[in-house]
Ligand binder design. Structure first.
Ligand code: PEP
Length: 253
C-alpha cells in the first residue's frame, strides 16, 4: 500500500525563522512516530533551506508553495524550479486557489508551471476546486474544465508523477470540511476526468488529496469514507499540537 501524504501549506507564516524552525522540529518529531504517512512541509521560500535538511530521509519532505515557469533570466521576484530542486525540495504546490483568485493565476499559467516543475524533477501538487457547490452538478463541469486546462500539454510520462489536491474553495478556512461521501464522489470524478485525458492506468495511480478544514477530528472519516490519498492542510500546518494529532490520526487509518 502506498503511503498517505500530509502536505502542510504554511502560507505566509510564520514571521520569524525561529518559529519556522520550531514548527519544522515538530514535523520531524512526529515523523519518527508514524509509519504510514509521509509529511511534506511547504514553508515560504525563505525558510526552505531550514527544512531541506531532510535530504535523503523519506518521512519529512519539503516543498514550495509556488514557482515560476521559466527556468532562468530577467524575471524580478520569481523563483525557478531548479532553485527549488537545488534546495532539496521534492514537491511544489501549483495553482492554489489563493494564487488563482488573489494573484490572477490562470489555468494556462498553472499548466505552464506544472510542465516546468515536471521537467525540473519536482512533483507538482496541482490544486483544483470549485468556488460554490451546487446540487445540480455544475461544479463537476467546472472541475472538468479546470483540470483539463490546468494539465493542458502535460506529457503522459509527467502525468504519471503528479498529485491532484482537490480543494473546494468554500471549504477552505471554513468551520467544517466537505462531507466525506461527497469527497469520495468528487475524487472519483477527478480520476475519471484524468482517465479521459491520460488513460485508465495512469488515472488508477493518481494520488488525489483533499484540502479544506481538515483536522485531527475529521481526518479518519475523510480518509476512509472519502477514499483520498491524504491531505493538503492550511491552518493545521502551522498549529503544532493540531498538526501532531492530525498526523497521528491519519496514521491510524
Ligand atoms: C488551504 O488553504 O489550502 C487549506 C486547506 O486551508 P485550511 O486547511 O485552513 O482549510
Amino acid at each position: 500500500m502506498s503511503k498517505k501524504l500530509l502536505v502542510g501549506n504554511w502560507k505566509m507564516n510564520p514571521q520569524t525563522s525561529d518559529d519556522a524552525k520550531r514548527i519544522f522540529a515538530s514535523y520531524k518529531k512526529i515523523s519518527v512516530k508514524i509509519s504510514k504517512t509521509v509529511l511534506i512541509a511547504c514553508p515560504p521560500f525563505v525558510y526552505l533551506p531550514l527544512v531541506s535538511l531532510t535530504k535523503g530521509q523519506k518521512k519529512v519532505l519539503s516543498g514550495a508553495q509556488d514557482m515560476f515557469f521559466e527556468s532562468e533570466g530577467a524575471y524580478t521576484g520569481e523563483i525557478s524550479p531548479r532553485m527549488l530542486k537545488n534546495l532539496g525540495a521534492s514537491h511544489v504546490i501549483i495553482g492554489h486557489s489563493e494564487r488563482r483568485n488573489k494573484m490572477g493565476e490562470t489555468d494556462e499559467i498553472v499548466s505552464k508551471k506544472t510542465i516546468a516543475a515536471s521537467v525540473a524533477g519536482l512533483i507538482p501538487i496541482i490544486c483544483v476546486g470549485e468556488a460554490t457547490h451546487d446540487n445540480d452538478g455544475a461544479y463537476l463541469e467546472f472541475l472538468r474544465n479546470q483540470i483539463k486546462a490546468s494539465l493542458s500539454g502535460l506529457p503522459i510520462a509527467a502525468a504519471k508523477k503528479i498529485i491532484i489536491a482537490y480543494e473546494p474553495i468554500w471549504a477552505i478556512g471554513a468551520a467544517e470540511a466537505m462531507k466525506p461521501e461527497d469527497i469520495r464522489e468528487t475524487a472519483l470524478f477527478i480520476k475519471k476526468v484524468f482517465a479521459d485525458i491520460f488513460g485508465q492506468e495512469v488515472a488508477l495511480n493518481l494520488p488525489v488529496l483533499y484540502g479544506g478544514s481538515v483536522n485531527w477530528r475529521n481526518a479518519a472519516d475523510i480518509l476512509s469514507i472519502g477514499q483520498v490519498d491524504g491531505f493538503l492542510v492550511g491552518r493545521e500546518s502551522v498549529n503544532v499540537p493540531g498538526f501532531i494529532e492530525l498526523a497521528k490520526a491519519m496514521d491510524q487509518v
